[in-house]
Design a protein around this ligand. Structure first.
Ligand SMILES: O=C(O)CCC(=O)C(=O)O
Ligand SMILES: [Fe+2]
Length: 374
């Protein structure tokens, strides 16, 4: 039997939906590596061995992988006070109406709504648990959402684009002789494998469920190593009208070592008032004139103050490879300090927003690229 045909055979014998999905992704990966698909190369044999062992394991253990209700569909957001993109005076939060709707899990009746939807079968018990967690803590972690082979495939395409000079991440040197590339905005625009991952059905499904609205991806950030970014809420960088229809996700491309500078976040902080540029006295022209200076001088200390006065406690995303952390637009988070220079922290961050909203950058006072190109 030829390689991919053998894999298909293995896939058919898989016992759980999740394993079948995993195997079929691995299969696409193998096929894309083997045009024509009928030569058994060592790499392919390695993939096959992994798939076979995944199938064997799945047939002896109950599946712990998520149960999604993929039949549910969500609609775009319908603003209570319509605002035309062309009529916006300035893309800063203070120029938009204080109007809803709010995302369903941010409303005071969220718990009752989750139970009702679970009872009538609109969401599975697993999904209901995620929704409860999101409503209370402003984040959820879905373990092993992606198979190792899939992540290796995407990352090698990204590294390939860097090697060919198509992408040029900044060096962001963290120690003398540091050769690991820094972070890059929107690599999905030049690496189709990243764009495909961004459109993964399950990622979209989770975001749609959390927002209660049909969503679309709009931004990606790639990084080989710690960001050490100061604690912030994403809303000051990018937000929506109506407010709150944005979800970010952090996909671990390797097991994350505690010393590598893991993502740090503050459970429950999403319920505090959103801090925008105007709230900390950053004028509209500041970003164009001075870049991040006002952000560093005014916003960052204000957030530190919120954390201290409220006594918020930090958690760190000690992810396994393939784990995904989804977080709320207003959850305080950042990159913790890197204490170990041996370990990288390979990850992709995607930001999604709900269709029907205007997505804009409050600090930069500009509209999002997706709206310019739409
Ligand atoms: O990766 C990190 O350390 C922080 C990422 C982040 O804050 C973001 O992309 O919004
Ligand atoms: Fe962020």
């Amino acid at each position: 039997m030829t390689g991919p045909a053998r894999l298909r055979e293995v896939a058919r014998s898989a016992t759980s939906d999740a394993t079948r999905r995993k195997v079929s992704r691995t299969l696409s990966w193998a096929e894309s590596r083997l045009p024509g698909g009928d030569r058994a190369v060592p790499k392919f044999k390695r993939v096959l061995r992994r798939v076979e062992s995944a199938v064997r394991k799945a047939s002896t253990e109950p599946s712990t992988l998520p149960k999604w209700n993929t039949e549910r569909t969500e609609q775009p957001v319908n603003p209570e006070v319509p605002v035309a993109l062309t009529g916006v005076e300035s893309f800063r939060s203070e120029w938009f109406p204080r109007a809803g709707p709010r995302p369903w899990l941010d409303r005071p009746d969220a718990d009752a709504a989750i139970s009702r939807r679970e009872r009538i079968g609109e969401i599975t018990p697993f999904e209901a648990a995620l929704c409860r967690k999101w409503s209370r803590d402003g984040y959820v972690i879905v373990e092993k959402m992606f198979a190792d082979e899939m992540l290796d495939y995407v990352w090698s395409a990204y590294d390939g684009a860097i090697d060919r000079g198509v992408l040029k991440p900044p060096p962001e040197i963290q120690f003398p002789g540091d050769k690991t590339p820094g972070r890059l905005l929107d690599p999905h625009l030049s690496v189709p494998e990243i764009a495909d991952l961004m459109h993964d059905q399950n990622l979209g499904h989770v975001v749609n469920m959390l927002l209660g609205a049909e969503s679309a991806p709009f931004q990606s950030i790639s990084g080989h190593k710690a960001s050490q970014q100061a604690i912030h809420g994403d809303s000051i960088h990018m937000t929506t009208y109506p407010e709150g229809y944005l979800v970010a996700m952090w996909i671990a491309f390797e097991d994350i070592h505690p010393g590598s500078g893991p993502l740090e976040f503050y459970p429950g902080s999403h319920r505090l008032p959103t801090v925008y540029s105007a709230d900390v006295g950053i004028p509209e022209e500041a970003f164009k004139a001075r870049g991040y200076r006002d952000f560093d001088d005014k916003y960052t200390p204000a957030i530190r103050e919120v954390i201290a006065t409220r006594g918020l406690e930090a958690r760190h995303f000690h992810a396994g490879k393939g784990d995904v952390l989804f977080w709320h637009a207003n959850l305080l988070h950042g990159g913790s300090a890197r204490t170990d220079f041996l370990h990288t922290r390979r990850a992709l961050v995607f930001h999604f927003f709900a269709k029907g909203c205007i997505c804009y950058h409050d600090l930069a006072a500009s509209v999002s690229r997706v709206h310019v190109s739409a």
